[in-house]
Design a protein around this ligand. Structure first.
Ligand SMILES: Cc1ncc(COP(=O)(O)O)c(C=O)c1O
Length: 446
């Protein structure tokens, strides 16, 4: 792959159009596609479509390719595992690949205590396992979740997901016992308060109006949260938020379940985003970037909490040796290539650039993020803050046509999640295109 980006046929090209037509005939219509990008191959930060166009990838396959596409070390680990064995049900037998990975996860997950890991196959399964484990360990039935959260789509995980009505429509009844409370979305405070004068009312609210009114704390097992809401719009809570939430959890002896499916594995410049708040959760859910695109879910818990007994939870493919070998290589790559540092460095730079753009562009309401997990929230105008959903869709489609693969999250937030391997030169080229596109769409609206 040469100079980037490279658009040789206006996308979608003829091959992409043909495949999209076939996809419409054969594939479940429950997916939401942003635009007709049809992938042929990928390498590091570049994805190539079936018509030969090459794009800078600001998506990372939706926050999965933290070490870049097809990292040679990961590919080699998978190939070498392929030559040894592909599967042998860790539910019933033993092999070293899971043990090796669990050891690495225990080392990088926050908290200087012993940990055990349950392995599943997806982010949803990691959450599902965490919820079941919390029930098993505490023998309690109720949970606190957050409005605008995304935790997955099976009935258990979906009971916590609350970012779009379409995710839940027609699927009721869900798992009973989940109370959703407002998240610390300061740009659009659900209580119409302003940080820091609010004194974290959103935490006190949970105590005074939920636990003290209708969710008896002695029946509540856990609080499940994303440290940065992902699908909800890359929403970053203020500095002391999770410390306060932890204090509340300690007051009533509730477990803290930290869903790091999107924010983990170095994405924010730390192994897990919750480290930015210096809080050690009881259970952590990991997936997405962990095995660089291979299916995996990991539920990492304090050893004293992961006390369920044989038969209480398992999955045939959980801890698949290929995924585990890939994940071990991902962790080693992040360490060796100092990708946490690069995420911080490039992320700080991108945030600064985008904050400058916000100053001169009426269509940008908020710029936020940590490391290379960055959201640019588009609004109709800064006064009303009305989400500019259509304009956000227009921006990502035009940016894609110009060679940058980028998508949205929340109602109208442009989501910037490149591989953590991205370097300044390529980031600048991608941001030039994104910024030009935002400017262009904003000007047309005037
Ligand atoms: C925070 C979070 N939790 C859970 C999930 C569900 O993961 P999966 O799609 O792998 O089931 C996602 C997916 O985007 C996520 O972002």
């Amino acid at each position: 792959m040469g100079a980037y980006p490279k658009i040789i046929v206006s996308p979608p090209g003829p091959k992409a159009r043909d495949l999209v037509k076939k996809d419409e005939q054969l594939i479940s219509p429950s997916y939401v596609r942003y635009y007709p990008l049809v992938i042929e191959s990928a390498n590091d930060c570049i994805v190539k479509d079936v018509d030969g166009n090459e794009y800078i990838d600001l998506n990372s396959g939706i926050a999965c390719m933290n070490v870049g596409h097809n990292h040679p070390r990961v590919v080699e680990a998978i190939k070498s595992q392929c030559d040894r064995f592909l599967h042998y049900s860790n539910t019933d037998f033993y092999y070293k690949e899971v043990i090796n990975l669990a050891e690495k996860l225990a080392e990088i997950a926050p908290g200087d205590f012993e940990k055990k890991t349950y392995f599943g196959n997806s982010g949803t399964e990691a959450v599902e396992a965490a919820v079941k484990l919390a029930k098993w360990h505490t023998r309690k039935q109720l949970f606190i979740g957050f409005i605008s959260a995304f935790h997955g789509r099976t009935i258990g995980a979906l009971s916590f997901t609350a970012s779009k009505p379409t995710q839940r429509r027609h699927f009721f009844p869900l798992m009973p016992g989940v109370a959703h409370v407002p998240y610390a979305y300061c740009y659009r405070c659900p209580f119409k308060l302003t940080y820091p004068e609010c004194h974290y009312w959103c935490v006190d609210f949970i105590d005074e109006f939920v636990l003290q009114k209708y969710m008896p704390p002695e029946n509540v097992a856990a609080i499940l949260f994303e440290p940065i809401q992902g699908e909800g719009g890359y929403v970053v809570p203020p500095p002391e938020y999770f410390q306060r939430l932890k204090k509340l959890a300690d007051k009533y002896d509730l477990l803290l379940i930290d869903d790091e499916v999107q924010s983990g594995i170095g994405r924010t410049g730390k192994w897990f985003a919750i480290e930015h708040w210096n809080v050690e959760p009881d259970i952590i859910c990991s997936s997405k970037a962990l095995a660089s695109g291979l299916p995996i879910g990991a539920t990492i818990a304090k050893t004293k909490i992961m006390d369920w007994t044989g038969g209480s939870h398992a999955s045939t493919f959980g801890g698949n040796p290929l995924s585990c070998a890939a994940a071990a290589a991902v962790i080693e790559t992040i360490k060796e290539e100092k990708l946490l540092d690069n995420a911080t460095k490039q992320g700080t730079y991108a945030l600064k650039r985008l904050a400058e753009l916000k100053e001169r562009c009426e269509m940008i309401g908020d710029v936020r993020g940590k490391g290379l997990m960055i959201g640019v929230e588009l609004v109709e105008d800064k006064e009303t803050k009305k989400p500019a959903a259509q304009k956000a869709a227009e921006v990502i489609t035009r940016a894609w046509k110009r060679g940058v693969a980028i998508v949205t999250c929340g109602a109208s937030t442009i989501r910037i999640v490149p591989p953590l391997t991205i370097q300044r030169e390529m980031l600048d080229i991608a941001l030039d295109i994104v910024e030009d596109t935002i400017d262009e769409v904003a000007k047309e609206a005037l």
